[in-house]
Design a protein around this ligand. Structure first.
Ligand SMILES: [Zn+2]
Ligand SMILES: [Zn+2]
Length: 187
């Protein structure tokens, strides 16, 4: 790895295990997936777009990759060279295989770490709570559901966070970050 190798990031979406199962992804804990999934099929190869799964220490490979520069927005895994601002889950990536630097898409990536940011205060977290919440999408601003992190792990203090409604059960986990990997425990 050269000293000048630029960093690559991607913001992720965290979903509940039952929502993952509904998408055909086996899961017993919350799962990180692509934040944006196109609808329909690829116009080049016909592959049906489905979300990809991301996990620290694992390689994620695009369903298809057609190279540059004509297929912007069609294939590969999107990344950014700067840290995505305002996103709650930021993955550090190692780019694998063919990379289209012009359009910032890669054939495959390995997640080297994932950093959660508190949805209320914006600070980076090493532990906290995730709750199921509707949030505006970072780019499209359309409302969407997902699990969002915040800094409080003490149940008796959750009520301080007026913007958060804690669901009655089943949709709350505590998390801990160890060496860039997250582990979840149901509350
Ligand atoms: Zn294709
Ligand atoms: Zn906070």
């Amino acid at each position: 790895m050269s000293q000048e190798q630029e960093q690559a990031f991607k913001y992720l979406k965290l979903i509940r295990p039952n929502d993952a199962e509904a998408m055909g992804i086996k899961a017993e804990a919350p799962v990180f997936i692509s934040p944006m999934v196109k609808e329909g099929n690829c116009g080049f190869c016909g592959v049906h777009y489905t979300p990809l799964v991301y996990q620290t220490g694992y390689e994620t490979r695009a369903q298809h990759f057609h190279g540059d520069p004509a297929d912007w927005g069609v294939s590969g895994i999107f990344f950014s060279r700067g840290k995505p601002e305002g996103s709650l889950w930021v993955a550090n990536l190692e780019l694998i295989g063919e990379v289209n630097n012009l359009n910032c898409i890669s054939e495959a990536v390995e997640v080297t770490s994932i950093t959660p940011k508190c949805m209320i205060h914006g600070e980076e977290l090493t532990e906290g709570l995730v709750v199921y919440k509707e949030t505006p999408h970072l780019i499209s601003l359309k409302p969407e559901f997902g699990l969002v992190p915040f800094c409080d792990v003490e149940p008796e203090r959750w009520h301080r966070h007026k913007s958060i409604t804690i669901p009655p059960s089943g949709d709350v986990w505590t998390f801990r970050v160890m060496d860039g990997a997250l582990s979840f425990r149901p509350v």
